[in-house]
Design a protein. Structure first.
Length: 256
C-alpha cells in the first residue's frame, strides 16, 4: 500500500461567502446594512488573500495485483478473486459476472484494510472522515487547476452513447512548459524531490514555519513501504560489507 499525505495552505475562499449570504434570514434594515458592510469587508480581504485555509489529507492507494504477487511470493494464498483462467468462458454475461465478482472481492478486502487503518486513527484521536466520490472528484480537480473558477461535478452520463470516465471529465488543464527540475501546469510550477530513505534527523519548528507562510503552499508526500524481506536482505549485505571492510586479508582487525 502506498500512502500520500497532502498538506495545503490555500487562500481561496470559494463559495463560502455566497453560502453565508444565502443563509441570511433577517429582514431588519439595520441588521441588513451591518451584514452587507461585513460581507463587503470580507470580500475585500479575500481578494488580497488575507484568509488562509490549512488542510491535511491522507490518501491510501492499494494495488491488488501487487498485493497478490507479494502474497504468492510469501507462500500465502490470496483469498480474493479467483483466477480468470480457471473460469474462462466465451459468453459475455459470464465474463461480466466474473469480473463483477472479482471487483467486489477486491473492494471488500480494500474496505477491510481501510477499516483497520481508520480504527487506528480513531484510537490516536485523529477523527478521520472518509471522502465521497464527489468530494474526491472535486479534490482532484482543485489540485490539477486550483485557480480555475469553474468547477464541474461528477456525472454518470446514463444517456451517453459511449462511456465517459471521470478522468475525461477532470482534464481541464494544460502543460505550459517542462524542464528537468519543474513542470509548469496552468502557470503553476510543480517540482518533485525523491528520497530513498528518510533523513536521520528532523528540523524543530518546520511545521510552524510552514503554517505562518503568507502565500499558498502545497506539499504532497508519497510514502511507499517496500517488501520487508528485500529490505532485510539489503541491510544484511551492507552489514557484511561493513564487517569485511574492517578486517584485513588475514582476518585481523584493521588499524587504519
Amino acid at each position: 500500500m502506498r500512502i500520500q499525505i497532502r498538506y495545503e495552505v490555500n487562500d481561496q475562499v470559494g463559495d463560502m461567502l455566497d453560502k453565508y449570504e444565502d443563509a441570511r434570514h433577517t429582514s431588519l434594515p439595520a441588521a441588513l446594512a451591518l451584514e452587507e458592510e461585513r460581507v463587503r469587508d470580507w470580500k475585500q480581504r479575500a481578494k488580497y488573500g488575507e484568509f488562509l485555509t490549512r488542510s491535511l489529507t491522507m490518501y491510501f492507494i492499494w494495488d491488488p495485483e501487487a498485493h497478490r504477487r507479494v502474497m504468492a511470493a510469501a507462500g500465502t494464498p490470496w483469498s480474493g478473486a479467483k483466477n480468470a483462467t480457471q473460469t474462462f468462458s466465451p459468453f459475455k454475461n459470464t465474463c461480466i459476472t466474473r469480473e463483477r465478482a472479482q471487483h467486489e472481492a477486491i473492494l471488500a478486502q480494500f474496505q477491510s484494510l481501510l477499516r483497520g487503518i481508520e480504527s487506528s486513527m480513531v484510537a490516536a484521536e485523529f477523527e478521520p472522515v472518509r471522502m465521497s466520490h464527489e468530494e474526491i472528484f472535486l479534490e482532484i480537480q482543485t489540485t490539477i487547476s486550483p485557480f480555475c473558477p469553474v468547477r464541474a461535478k461528477l456525472r454518470s452520463h446514463p444517456l451517453s452513447v459511449r462511456y465517459i470516465s471521470a478522468r475525461e471529465q477532470l482534464m481541464n488543464a494544460g502543460i505550459d512548459g517542462m524542464t528537468e527540475s519543474y513542470v509548469c501546469i496552468d502557470h503553476l510550477l510543480w517540482s518533485v524531490v525523491t528520497m530513498k530513505s528518510p533523513p536521520d534527523q528532523t528540523w524543530p519548528g518546520l511545521i510552524r514555519e510552514l503554517q505562518t507562510l503568507g502565500f499558498p503552499l502545497v506539499i504532497s508526500t508519497n510514502i511507499f513501504i517496500p517488501n520487508q524481506t528485500k529490505v532485510l536482505e539489503i541491510y544484511k549485505r551492507r552489514h557484511k560489507k561493513m564487517i569485511a571492510a574492517q578486517v584485513d586479508h588475514r582476518g585481523n582487525p584493521r588499524l587504519d
